[in-house]
Each structure stands twice: as structure tokens, then as C-alpha cells.
Design a binder for this molecule. Sequence first.
Ligand SMILES: [Zn+2]
Ligand SMILES: [Zn+2]
Length: 270
Amino acid sequence: MNEIATEITWTVLGSSSGIPSPTRNCSGYLLRFSDSLTLFDCGSGVTRAFLQRGFEPDCLENVFISHTHADHISDLPLLVQLLYNLKRTKPLYLYLPQEAITSFASFLSACYLFREKFSFDLRLRPIKEIQSPENGNISVRTILNTHLSKAATQIKEFDYPNRMECYSFLITLQDRVRVLYSADIGSLVDIAPYLGALDLLVLETFHIDLGQLEQSLQANPAKRVLLTHYTDQDRKELENYIAHSLHRQCLYLAEDGMTVNLGTADIAST
Ligand SMILES: [Zn+2]
Ligand SMILES: [Zn+2]
């Protein structure tokens, strides 16, 4: 048996916030580990960006959706349609907030994507507090956050069934590379207990305070921090923050197509 070292990478497929940008896609991030791809969020433009960057659809094994705001899920039916049209045979694990499983399955049939006709098994799985893909070297811990809590009053007033599920993801690769993808959060408090010893922090900036971020990085420096999920109007402010931050050596502004190299993975092969 040989050990083959392959690169582990994180690629930004969409860095825009919930206010769509004319030049950038909505949320989507692709983790490559050997030949295995895991997608985190699938907002507008992500399917096209996936193909544009030369990724192989057949290598996609897991998709995690943090929450059901349109900028995180709007391209998901299109991605499924692509895999259907390519006559995929491998199963795809699709992890969704529990509250979205039934409605997403119905929406697929409303899009004339009938699962019974698929050439592959679309395995819909509800995200639980701690969740690992069933097929790999990747461990994903899901962290329920408060991003959707502000909807509580409307949900109660109009008697909706929504459960305000939004998750951040702490990803560990081969027990040594640690990545935290915040997705959307209520504030930095949501992810504060998980900020230690990160190789990469992928942090949304639409709902956080940059002053608090500066303090947080003082207490918990990460190797790299990718600031993302920003509007075109906020770009200048973020560039200015990075230029003046005490942690500027580790801060990067996300751009669509940007790839972060997270080191090498050792894959056993016979
Ligand atoms: Zn968002
Ligand atoms: Zn959101």
C-alpha cells in the first residue's frame, strides 16, 4: 500500500451576500480532498461557477446547506438537474436543515425533477447537531447559530412552522486540518467557542462587527481568515479594515474563484 499526497483546497464559488452582485455569485464554497468534493451552500451562480472552474461533477459527494435563505440555496435544484442530466450513478449526500427536507423534496417534483427517475440516489439527510459525511476522511461538526432568531416574532404572529435552523460548520480533515465556515450568523458570539487553532476561518461579514472581529482575532488567532458574504458597497470598508488590522497578515477578502491551499492529504492507495 502506498501513500499518495494530494492537495486539500477550499475554493470560493460565490462571495456575495444576500444582495446579489452584478459581478459575484451568491454563497458557495467547495472543499477538495483528494478526488472528493464537498460543497457548502449553493446560492445563485454556484453551479455555473463549479463548471467554469473545471471541477468534475461526478467527484461531488456531499452538499451541506447552512440555511434556506435564497442566497444559500437558490441554485440547488439546478445542481441536481445537472447531475440528473449527466446520468450520474454515484449517490449524493445532501445535508439540509431538518425543516427544509420535506419542502425541498416537494420543490424538486415541482421542478419536474422526479427522484424515482434519477439514475443516482439523492440521499437527503437532516443536519443534526453533530454530523459527519458517511463516506470519507472529512468530519463536519454542525453548530446551530442565531442567524434566523430575529424571525421569531413573525413566525409566532403568522403561525409558520419554521424552526429558525441555521448552521455553521467546523470541518476537520484527517484529524489535523481545521476549517470553520461560519455561513450566516447572528454575531461572532455564535461561533466564539470554536475559533481556536483554525487553519482557515471563512467568515461572513454581513452580520458581524469588525471591531469585535479584531478583538476576537487577538484572543484566537487563526492561520488564515477569509472575509466573505459582502456587498459591493461594503468592499471598500473591508479593504480598509484589512489594511489597518493588527492581523492583516492573515486576513484576505474573498473573491469568486479564489482558492486557498490547506496543505496535503495522505491518501492510502493499493
Ligand atoms: Zn446569506
Ligand atoms: Zn441568511
